[in-house]
Design a protein around this ligand. Sequence first.
Ligand SMILES: *[C@@H]1O[C@H](CO)[C@@H](O)[C@H](O)[C@H]1NC(C)=O
Ligand SMILES: *[C@@H]1O[C@H](CO)[C@@H](O)[C@H](O)[C@H]1NC(C)=O
Ligand SMILES: *[C@@H]1O[C@H](CO)[C@@H](O)[C@H](O)[C@H]1NC(C)=O
Ligand SMILES: *[C@@H]1O[C@H](CO)[C@@H](O)[C@H](O)[C@H]1NC(C)=O
Ligand SMILES: *[C@@H]1O[C@H](CO)[C@@H](O)[C@H](O)[C@H]1NC(C)=O
Ligand SMILES: CC(=O)N[C@H]1CO[C@H](CO)[C@@H](O)[C@@H]1O
Ligand SMILES: CC(=O)N[C@H]1CO[C@H](CO)[C@@H](O)[C@@H]1O
Ligand SMILES: [Ca+2]
Ligand SMILES: [Ca+2]
Length: 574
Amino acid sequence: MKLLILVLTLWVPTIYCQSDWWQTGQFYQIYPRSFKDSNGDGIGDLNGIREKLPHLKDIGITAAWLSPIYKSPMKDFGYDIADFKAIQPEYGTMADFEALLKRANELGIKLIMDLVPNHTSDLHEWFQKSVNRVKGYEDFYVWHDGYPDPKNSSNRLPPSNWLSTFRGSAWKWNTKRQQFYLHQYLAEQPDLNYRNPLVIEAMEDVLTFWLDKGVAGFRVDSVPTVFEVQADSKGKYPDEPKSGFTDDPENSAYLKHIYTQDQPETTELVYRTRAFLDEYQRKHGGDTRIILTEIYSPIDVIMQYYGNGTINGAHIPFNFNFITKVNKDSKAPDYAAIISLWMDNMPKQYTANWVIGNHDNRRVGSRYGPERIDAMNMLVMVLPGASVTYNGEEIGMLDVDISWNDTVDPAACNSNPQIYQQFTRDPARTPFQWDDSKNAGFSTANKTWLPIHPNYKQVNVKAEQAAARSHLKVYKDLVQLRKTSKTLQRGELKYKALNDNVLAVQRSLSGSNTILLLMNVSDKSQAVNVQQWSPTTPSSMKVRIASVQSKRNANETLKVSSIILDPYESLVLE
Ligand SMILES: *[C@@H]1O[C@H](CO)[C@@H](O)[C@H](O)[C@H]1NC(C)=O
Ligand SMILES: *[C@@H]1O[C@H](CO)[C@@H](O)[C@H](O)[C@H]1NC(C)=O
Ligand SMILES: *[C@@H]1O[C@H](CO)[C@@H](O)[C@H](O)[C@H]1NC(C)=O
Ligand SMILES: *[C@@H]1O[C@H](CO)[C@@H](O)[C@H](O)[C@H]1NC(C)=O
Ligand SMILES: *[C@@H]1O[C@H](CO)[C@@H](O)[C@H](O)[C@H]1NC(C)=O
Ligand SMILES: CC(=O)N[C@H]1CO[C@H](CO)[C@@H](O)[C@@H]1O
Ligand SMILES: CC(=O)N[C@H]1CO[C@H](CO)[C@@H](O)[C@@H]1O
Ligand SMILES: [Ca+2]
Ligand SMILES: [Ca+2]
């Protein structure tokens, strides 16, 4: 609360200089399994993505990152990798990937691979070699004898109390090797041992493989869990303390992850990876290859991943704060607090970024409410830096209510029919809605891997292209404005919660038009006086983009000293 009150009185001007392609880039996450099925098996694939690249071009995407497409037993839908250098057969072949990359590049769209360094599949040849103690692979994973069980001489107890994200102990006994191995996720996802230099070399070899094919960089999954604390001189791993958040001892939130997350070695590894990519560019030329990191950690920890001014790390350490700290009930000061949380902590030489959705969280329209879809897209595109869209958010797709029988996400399947709803990520992963034909144009199959949202006849790309007003049109106008407005690219930022319900975000640049976002996050209307808080704002401005519920027309002129916003109305003025 203290933070919120402070923000109400906040007024921070900052200057941004635009330089490299990614800094004001429009990033787009493709969930390949749900984007487009080209061969009628009910599962999205690479040829499907290639077929739909014109959509990305149409909405103005700079770079798309693909959730994992590597060969995988699909226990966690690709986040369990069996071969970092092969394509999952149901998604296509390496030739299909090369064709996709070629076509994307022809259209001026860069592709980014999802790298999952925290673990491999248990079917990966590295794990099989490690189980069998093949020379060079003995220490590729985190192995431990565990301890004798005083109550049962034929049983062994795990090395520590650490818990898997997907419930239960993070240690699993391997009968072949007669040792426990660590798995911070599923038992089929053994953690790699990054204290072994051979592992780091093996991963750098993987980076080179994909860079040589021509990808523009990597989104690095689950960064905080890469390193665990080192065992002490007696080989003992410390237990983690209880968090007090839950009484359920199987739930990963039962413990405070002080030994299994955010170890200092992890930031060092990100710096090393950055140096590796920079070096690749020096040797091979071309545009900057970038790293985007997935880190849900406290702000001071996330900021370390950017670098410290001397050494650089991730170009884009994902900013998930709008996801984790703002919801349907949030007030305008809560939004302002999220902006300052990032802008006040980020070292000035780095580039901000804003993420409002992904495959691990509920849909934007379901989390913030369907009325705020345009407002949220406006917010992340008017703020400085890179903005990230999860596929489907440009048309305002909503969560699908999925029965226990249809549930496939391991995070939910590892629980039970009573509580799975709180763990499942399936509702935000359903097939993309292209048109009003069978399966929303996603697939010709009789059954798709996850059900299609029943609203697909109204909510789809084709219908929204044709409509006079739609989320898609708002989205396209926003991207267009970002591409053409110098102010949005490098203007100064000012923002303020004008009252509990209205957030104002202003970007201004001398010699270029001022851009002002007004966002009524509530369900009632009332007049605001913009000039009262910002005397330098032009006294009259034109409507550039209006949310779908707005009655205003483009180019309508408004006096900013007296604007009445309708419920949930959001406007971008110029
Ligand atoms: C002792 O441990 C073994 C191996 O884990 C197990 O199969 C067995 O059921 C246990 N015996 C008892 C009495 O719990
Ligand atoms: C940044 O980090 C590097 C490596 O950890 C260290 O050598 C350097 O002194 C740090 N620089 C600053 C300004 O803190
Ligand atoms: C779920 O699946 C079980 C077993 O296949 C079946 O008996 C049950 O009727 C199904 N429930 C629903 C709601 O479809
Ligand atoms: C889909 O269902 C229809 C009607 O039941 C059937 O005729 C057709 O063969 C099915 N197609 C496939 C690919 O299974
Ligand atoms: C708004 O004005 C711009 C530039 O003056 C013009 O290109 C555009 O067509 C106008 N839009 C509408 C809907 O009138
Ligand atoms: C934060 C997180 O859980 N990241 C990924 C790490 O790996 C698991 C298991 O494969 C994925 O489900 C997560 O998305
Ligand atoms: C600008 C504007 O009209 N904001 C209003 C949004 O709705 C709330 C009521 O919930 C009003 O108090 C705001 O003034
Ligand atoms: Ca397919
Ligand atoms: Ca790890």
